[in-house]
Design a protein around this ligand. Structure first.
Ligand code: AMP
Ligand code: ZN
Length: 139
């Protein structure tokens, strides 16, 4: 996509601190890291949302993510990491090209778990209904 900053990084049209590349994906350091070593992994092809991707492409992306996450944890001497993506504007996605964040984590670093991103305290007496609704929506 012409005006996409991450497409431009993938095509080497703008600089980035690239840590990994394969046929399908490329990984580079986040320019505004929330922890030292914060890395993003993107598919080279432009997809706006993770849920826009074909199953095969999503699988390829996550194979690369796992490889990079292992390297980030080793390089940063981090015993853990948060690995995730903001899927869509409502979820905090600012760059409209799929990217998976890898954020090194340490005991006592004052960060939270993924479940701390949002807390709307929904009711739980409708889990059976929700289960059915989601099952019926599988494509
Ligand atoms: P998101 O909110 O998931 O869309 O996050 C986009 C991420 O991309 C942010 O963490 C930004 O700091 C990062 N980012 C934006 N532009 C660049 C860039 N040119 N090089 C590296 N990281 C970038
Ligand atoms: Zn793009």
């Amino acid at each position: 996509m012409d005006n996409c900053i991450f497409c431009k990084i993938a095509k080497r049209e703008i600089p980035a601190k690239i840590v990994y590349e394969d046929d399908f994906a490329i990984a580079f350091l986040d320019i505004s890291p929330c922890a030292e070593g914060h890395t993003v992994v993107i598919p080279k092809q432009h997809f706006e949302k993770f849920t826009d991707m074909e199953e095969k492409d999503a699988g390829n992306l996550f194979a690369s993510v796992q490889k990079v996450a292992k390297a980030v944890e080793i390089a940063m001497d981090a015993p853990g990491s948060n690995i995730g993506l903001n899927n869509g504007k409502a979820a905090g996605q600012e760059v409209p090209h799929v990217h998976v964040h890898i954020i090194p984590r340490y005991e006592g670093d004052n960060g939270g778990a993924i479940q701390s991103i949002v807390k709307t305290y929904p009711k739980t007496d409708n889990l059976e209904e929700l289960k059915e609704k989601i099952r019926e929506s599988l494509r």
